[in-house]
Structure formats: C-alpha cells, structure tokens
Write a protein that binds this ligand. Structure first.
Ligand code: ADP
Ligand code: MG
Ligand code: MG
Length: 299
C-alpha cells in the first residue's frame, strides 16, 4: 500500500523486476537516490554475472587453467569469502562453484529448456567439493569442472549496496525488492512496512504477511521461479552440490538475516539442506517442505 509521500520506481536488473520504494522525501531527491542505487546494482550485476558476452573477472577465472592463482577484484574476493563461509557452515549445501552445472542445465535461458541434460552429462559436470581455494591474496580452482557462480548470493549483495547508496543520498525509509528478495530500512510513515511472502504453489497468493521496520532483510529461494516440468516432474534451478540434480526437499525457504547477502546465501543453502551443521542464530527460517507443510516463522 502506497502512502501519499511514496516514490516508487521499477527497473529490470539481475533477471528480475526490482522495485524501489522511498518514503518521506520529495520526488526529486527520491528519484536521484533511486537512480544512483539502480546504477550501483547494475554495476554489481555486470561484475558478478557469468551470463552474456561482456568480459568480467569472474568469467575469466572460470576459463583459467586449474591451479593457477588469479587476482580477483576486492569486491569479488569479499563476496566469495562470505560464500565459502556459508558453504562451510551449511555442510556444503551452498556451493559457489556450480557455474558449469548451472550452464549445463540452462535455467537462465528464456524460455528454460524442455528436458534435463543426460545423467551422464550431469555426473561429468559435478565439481569436487571445496575446489575453490585461496592462494595468498589470490584464488585458484583445482579443477575445470569448478566454475564460480554467484547466482545464489549476488542479488542479495546488490540489494545491500543499493540500500547503502540510498542511505548516502540521505534516504532513511525505503525498500528495495528484487522479485521478493528485499531489504527495508526505516518505516512507512507512522507504520511499519508490510511485506508479503509468496505462496510457492499459488501464483499471487501470500503465505504470510509481516510488519517490519528498522533494518530487515528477507530473501526467498523457491522451486517456482525458474523451472520446467518434464514427464510430470518439476526441475528447477537450485541444485544439490552432491548430485548435480535439483534439490527436492523443499518448495521454498524464506530467510531473515542481518544483510540481504546473508539472507540470499542462506535461503539457497537451507533450500538444499534445512538442517545444516551450523546455522547462525541471526538467520531465521520459514520454509515450505515438499509436501507443502510450513515450518518456522520469522516474527
Ligand atoms: P534466485 O536466483 O531465484 O533468487 P537463489 O538465490 O536460491 O534463487 O539462487 C539460485 C541460483 O544460485 C541458481 O540460479 C544458481 O545460479 C545458483 N545455485 C544453484 N544451486 C546452488 C547451490 N547449491 N549453492 C549455491 N548456489 C547455487
Ligand atoms: Mg540465494
Ligand atoms: Mg533469491
């Protein structure tokens, strides 16, 4: 619900519609801030993406010969460090090295493919676990199958950067919502912001509504965004790093965490394994399992 002093803009970024809502400032100031935030998020998409023809350091890393140390931009190193930490804590459920498998499955294609790759092709593309390593200040991959893919974390990082840019422009009340993955700050006038969490099996349906203020990040991973049905079975874009096949335990996982980056990484990790060895207490989870049962709540 939009109050009288809301400024609302939508951009297409990171393969999704990103909604910017800024409350309580005049139109010009809000539009300038949103524009700068969107530019920053576009920059992050270009820096981290493994799609398209534009060269970047991540794509170059993925072509480098195994065991060759490579310097990555500080920002990529930082996010990769966080990704590997989540990999560790989640017992390998989160794996930022599944780029080759991801491209093999082709879920980023529009439209998505009509059938899965062959079981042999999948088996051959699964990278060994922990195949991305630090080498001093540099990074290397131990194996050709090991290809960086920030698809499970970069959208959250981009949202965090977008919020930071809004703040630098003096904005204190806002939401950046990238297709259901969001961070909010401040409040909506005298009220909290109202957030809906999508029902994974009812398009347009809402599983829960939350009233939130302050600084909150909420991110959902689901099997309903990028998927196809083949011979009656659903295939989607969140993969089990062990098998290379879609993880089938859940329909959706929604995480609240201290940053959108952490919420993003953990929503993906917990989608693959809802009971990892070590989940930080600041990471709250609500999930819908494969039978449609809801577990946990965020407030
Ligand atoms: P969305 O992209 O819909 O926001 P997620 O944040 O859950 O969903 O990220 C899914 C993306 O993360 C995939 O498209 C792929 O790029 C990558 N990915 C798939 N499986 C994993 C995994 N087990 N760990 C880390 N990243 C993954
Ligand atoms: Mg994610
Ligand atoms: Mg997501």
């Amino acid at each position: 619900c939009s109050g009288p002093s809301d400024v609302h803009e939508t951009r297409f970024l990171m393969g999704t519609l990103v909604d910017y809502t800024v409350s309580g400032v005049d139109q010009d100031k809000a539009e300038q801030a949103i524009s700068a935030a969107a530019d920053e998020m576009q920059r992050i998409e270009d820096t981290f993406t493994i799609y398209g023809d534009q060269p970047n350091a991540v794509k170059a890393f993925n072509k480098e010969a195994p065991n060759t140390p490579v310097t990555l931009p500080d920002e990529v190193s930082y996010v990769l460090g966080i990704a590997l930490h989540v990999q560790q804590q989640s017992g390998g459920a989160f794996d930022p090295a599944l780029g080759g498998l991801n491209l093999l499955w082709g879920f980023s294609l529009d439209p998505p493919p009509a059938s899965p790759p062959s079981a042999d092709a999948i088996r051959a593309a699964v990278p060994p676990s922990h195949c991305i390593r630090r080498s001093g200040a540099q990074w290397l991959r131990t194996d050709r199958r090991c290809q960086l893919d920030f698809g499970g974390i970069a959208k959250g990082y981009a949202i965090d950067r977008g919020i930071e840019v809004l703040r630098q422009h003096g904005i204190t009340n806002a939401i950046i919502n990238a297709g259901g993955d969001l961070r909010l700050i401040g409040s909506h006038g005298k009220r909290p912001w109202r957030i809906g969490i999508r029902d994974p099996r009812k398009p347009g349906g809402v599983l829960a509504e939350l009233d939130l203020k302050g600084d909150k990040s909420i991110v959902t991973s689901g099997d309903y965004e990028r998927f196809f049905i083949y011979q009656g079975k659903r295939y989607h874009h969140i993969l089990s790093p062990k098998t290379g096949w879609p993880a089938m335990q859940n329909q959706s996982t929604t995480v609240m965490a201290p940053s959108a980056m952490l919420a993003d990484a953990w929503s993906t990790a917990l989608f693959v394994n809802a009971t990892p060895p070590e989940r930080p207490s600041s990471v709250l989870l609500m999930r819908v399992d494969k039978a449609g049962h809801i577990h946990g709540k965020l407030q």
